[in-house]
Ligand binder design. Sequence first.
Ligand code: SUG
Length: 446
Amino acid sequence: MMQAVELNLDGIVGPTHNYAGLAAGNLASMRNRGRRSYPRQAALQGLDKMRLLMELGVPQGVLPPHERPYLPFLRALGFRGSDQAIIAKAAKDNPLMLANCSSSSAMWAANAATVSPSADTLDGKVHFTPANLLSELHRSIESVVNTRILRTLFANTRYFTVHDPLPSAWALRDEGAANYLRLAASHGGKGLEVLAFDSGMPYQPQEYLHRFPARQSLGAGIAVRHRHAIREDQAVGIQRAGECIDAGAFHADLVAMGNLDVLIYHQQAFDRQSIAVIQKACHRLLGSPPRFVEIIEDNLSLADAVQTYFFNSQLVTLPNGDMALIAPQECRTHTAARAQIDLLKQQDLFSRVEFVDVRQSMLNGGGPACLRLRVVLNTKELAAMHQGVLLTPQLYDQLTRWVQKHYRESLAPADLADPALLRESRQALDALTKILRLGCLYEFQS
Ligand code: SUG
């Protein structure tokens, strides 16, 4: 077995970070619609979280923001003329579409792809399936550029396969690693890949009875399992309870978190039978009983879990083998959430707790774990990927200066119509591709 690490790739918050209330079923996004946003602060908060992980000794990298407003999409919808003319016309005729093309939502990298480490796949390669993000218009735009970014970072086909996103069909809607957990004895060892889904058969009527969209299909999990060629005994599906979605937990990473042999989940997250199946499969694969912890409703209600993003903490392995919990600061002052964290620490599930301030992201319904894509890589694979995105103290300083130079302090929804915003964003991204040594990545650069 080869030594492996878990690399956290965080999405850098983009220059157009704003609150347009676009995400149906995401309570924070819906509630904060129209609020003034602070892109510079948002990006710096994200970078500070990355620096913390780096200083803890956890491998950390970055994913660049996408070009926004995304002109190619507006052109595809029939808008014609110069970039400025298109923005002016969209702002007048279809401001909602302009908002959809201006979201910085690619920052929530947990939704960028599903990743199967080489220890789990038949061909011994790391497999990526970029998510098609079909359920929300503003997010579906991300998949093309996510695919390009992943193919740039993981270009070496000897080690990596970056598939196309799944076909754009409702029965195959896919939100990536936000609905995925991997349980293993060590990062480099064989893992049990747990693929959560939100509804049963593709056209089961009950999925339409939810108040909010059920974003992850069973069909996606099955397809990912096949195309990644995950070994037979190393993949298992789990259905999420519909009540979670209606309570505002639009992804599984709002009701469960895991790392290595630890799985912490809310009582209402999954049905009991599925948990038992996973526990058994995990025991068999790991050779020892995994540590499963159920947080019961009486100790932390589903509503409080969604409000604090307790389960959206990052549970990470430190270089000394201990685990650390990187929790949103909202949990620090919340009595029930804080009590659960203290209890889990007493039970030795992790030895260290860090509270992070990612409030600008939280106001759009994205916590610490939403902001990162986990990629388990062995030593050779880590060396074979693009090194320019790996965070070092120098890169952190460069990126901080870059944000301070290019990002606006604040944005109101009406500012999305400002043609200068497009110019500024492109200048910022152009400079970023040089810092990260990415070459020509965006359409506007070609
Ligand atoms: O898809 N918010 C994102 C938050 C994603 C959270 N990710 C995970 N749980 N892994 C979403 O709902 C808000 C965008 C807006 O309103 O402009 C938004 O898309």
